[in-house]
Structure formats: structure tokens, C-alpha cells
Design a protein around this ligand. Structure first.
Ligand SMILES: NC(=O)c1ccc[n+]([C@@H]2O[C@H](COP(=O)([O-])OP(=O)(O)OC[C@H]3O[C@@H](n4cnc5c(N)ncnc54)[C@H](O)[C@@H]3O)[C@@H](O)[C@H]2O)c1
Length: 332
């Protein structure tokens, strides 16, 4: 298997690349090493991958079509997993253009490259944030996702639509993932687990939005990348996998939730971090942030139907593994 992984220096792309390499795949990484968060962390992830003889590293932006095309044409992938994106709900309030550039233009460039190479399967990351103001829980893929609350979610939803049309017109099989709050070792410094762990260890207060009335479906990164791996083989065709399938009636296209299927209150999440660290947080309760949603909760039936498995790592186990990594990495 020859897999192009975009966002390979990112949190999820790093873990997925490691899994694919362990399985014997040839992996072409591609990452723009953006400075949205600490670039050193991205460099370390890419350096670890580059130790593997079957990993090939490219560092360029998706919007740089000439650079992207040269990498894709040189590697000739049969699978593309497109994870590179400008992520983050809050950052999209002040920096919407970077989301258009990376997520819309960047994804379009990937779709064109995938078509030129007639890849067996193109898989692209969307987000649970596309469920937006929908209050029916847990979220199933066939539920409405027409009310994005953040510009980030809007660009991901737009990509889902572009991909559907692309699959319909060109017959190119495309799977879109909707990830639910991913956490684990080598995680993102802009996300709650990282920020809370750092602040608690430094004796600094943690910001808890909506006065703690927030619920998230925390998904452990190993479970998530195993879900991605399973979906690589579940190429959308013409037959639905079951009654829950989101398969399009007019295109080899579907969208799949990858989430833990359990809704955890943010305050219980903070308790789990405190228990692991053996220290109490200084809690700074704040109102709801614009663009945020109060809850996310995945129905992972379709993932199970397509791959035979679903996320299962308990929160306490995943948090402990993150904290172990954090302490070793930052020597604290
Ligand atoms: N982590 C989560 O909880 C979560 C939840 C839902 C969706 N997602 C999606 O999953 C994907 C991976 O997320 P992640 O958590 O690994 O994020 P990440 O920020 O760690 O990784 C994304 C990588 O893409 C690269 N990148 C960004 N813009 C680029 C561009 N224009 N050209 C080339 N490279 C670029 C960045 O340098 C980064 O290394 C993203 O598409 C994200 O939107 C993540």
C-alpha cells in the first residue's frame, strides 16, 4: 500500500503514519509545518517518522500547487488520507481566511491530485463540529448538519459537499471522517487536555467555559487511527453497509463518525486529570465561548458496521498515557 498522509507532522497524522509504517505500508508524509502551535513539536514528530526507511517526508503548503503536485506525482499513491487542515474552533473567529486557504483551497488541490492519480480511495478529515446547533444526540451521520456554529465547521462542511460532487462527477471513492475530540500522547497544545495538564503542573488557573456545562465525546488517538485504518479498506461503492449507512445514492461517498460514543462532562474530565497528576486545578469558570457547542456525542454504529470495531479506551487510561508522555517529553 502506498499512502499519502497529509498533516503527517500533526497530532493525528503522526499516529496514523506510525500505524501504517508498522503494517508495512510505504508512507509519503506532507505537512506545511504551520505555526498555529509549537512548530518544534511538529518537527519532533516528523523526525521520529523520518527514522523509518519507508517514510518519505515533504514539507510544503497544500495551497502551493506546484509543490504538492510534484510530491504526489513523484510518489504515485494508491490511497490518500488528507488530515492537514487549519484546525480549532476559537482561532477561526479571528483568522477565518487561513481556514479558507488550508481547508477549502488545500482540500480542492488534494481532490485534483487524487483524481489525476485515480487513487483507490481518498479519505478526508471533517469534524463533529459540523453537527453545529443540532441538539439530537448521539449524532448519527444521517442527522442534519446544516447549522455550523464556527467558521472552522463551515469550511469542513463545505469540503464534505465539494467531495460529494467530486465523487459523483468523477466516480472517485471518497470517505469523510467526522472526528470527535481526539486526545492522547503527542497531542495538540491548543486542546483542553494539554492546556489543563500544563496549567495544573505550573500552578496556573485553567479556564472552564460555560461554567463547566460542556460535554465532549473524548476519543483516544490509538482508537481513532485504528478506525481510519479500517475505513481505508471500506471503499464506498454502490451497496449500503446497513440501515445506518450515510452512503450517497448518487456517488461513491460517505461520511463516518469516529468517536467514543460516550458523552463526558468537562468537569469529570478535569477530575480525571487531577487524579492522574495527584494535584488540584485552580478553576476559572467563564461563560460560553462564541462558536463553541455545548455538547458532542457520537453514534459510532456505522464505524462498527464498516470496520468491525469501535473506540474502547477508557478515559482514565487515555489520560494517564497522555500525562506519562507529557512528563517524559517536557521532563516535568
Ligand atoms: N484533534 C481533534 O480533536 C480533531 C477533531 C475533529 C477534526 N479534526 C481534524 O483532523 C485533522 C487532523 O487534526 P490534528 O488534531 O492532527 O491537527 P494538527 O494541527 O496537529 O495537524 C494538522 C497538520 O496540518 C498541517 N497544515 C495545516 N495547514 C496546512 C496547509 N495549508 N498545508 C500543509 N499543511 C498544513 C499543520 O502543520 C499540522 O501539522 C484536521 O483536519 C482536523 O481539522 C481533529
Amino acid at each position: 500500500m502506498r499512502v499519502l498522509v497529509t498533516g503527517s507532522a500533526g497530532f493525528i497524522g503522526f499516529h496514523l503514519s506510525r500505524l501504517l509504517l508498522a503494517e508495512g505500508a510505504e508512507v509519503q508524509g506532507f505537512d506545511g509545518m504551520t505555526d498555529y502551535y509549537d512548530v518544534t513539536l511538529k518537527q519532533r514528530r516528523h523526525a521520529i517518522l523520518a527514522e523509518h526507511p519507508r517514510f518519505h517526508r515533504a514539507e510544503a503548503m497544500l495551497e502551493d500547487r506546484a509543490a504538492l503536485d510534484a510530491v504526489v506525482d513523484g510518489f504515485a499513491p494508491d490511497i490518500i488520507v488528507h488530515l492537514a487542515a487549519q484546525a480549532g474552533v476559537r482561532y477561526s473567529i479571528d483568522n477565518p481566511r487561513s481556514y479558507v486557504d488550508s481547508n477549502i483551497i488545500g482540500s480542492f488541490n488534494i481532490m485534483e491530485a487524487a483524481l489525476r492519480h485515480r487513487v483507490r480511495h481518498l479519505l478526508m478529515a471533517s469534524t463533529s463540529s459540523v453537527y453545529g446547533a443540532n441538539t439530537k444526540m448521539p449524532y448519527a451521520e444521517t442527522d442534519k448538519a446544516d447549522t455550523p456554529m464556527s467558521f472552522y465547521a463551515a469550511t469542513k462542511k463545505a469540503t464534505e459537499g465539494m467531495a460529494h460532487a467530486w465523487a459523483h462527477i468523477h466516480g472517485l471513492p471518497i470517505t469523510m471522517f467526522r472526528f470527535f475530540t481526539v486526545y492522547g500522547p503527542w497531542g495538540r497544545p491548543d486542546m483542553a487536555l494539554f492546556k489543563f495538564t500544563r496549567a495544573i503542573l505550573d500552578g496556573q488557573p485553567i479556564d472552564i467555559y460555560n461554567h463547566g456545562e460542556l460535554w465532549r465525546d473524548f476519543t483516544y488517538v490509538d482508537d481513532l487511527v485504528h478506525g481510519i485504518r479500517g475505513l481505508i479498506d471500506a471503499v464506498p461503492g454502490t451497496q449500503p453497509a446497513g440501515p445506518m449507512d450515510s452512503l450517497s445514492p448518487v456517488a461513491p461517498w460517505r461520511v463516518v463518525n469516529i468517536g467514543n460514543s460516550s458523552k463526558i462532562k468537562l468537569l469529570d474530565f478535569v477530575d480525571a486529570i487531577e487524579d492522574t497528576l495527584g494535584r488540584k486545578a485552580i478553576r476559572n469558570y467563564l461563560p460560553m465561548q462564541p462558536g463553541d457547542v455545548p455538547a458532542t456525542w457520537a453514534d459510532a454504529t456505522l464505524l462498527h458496521e464498516l470496520t468491525g470495531s469501535r473506540p474502547s479506551t477508557p478515559l482514565a487510561t487515555g489520560v494517564a498515557r497522555f500525562v506519562d508522555w507529557y512528563r517524559a517529553y517536557y521532563k516535568v
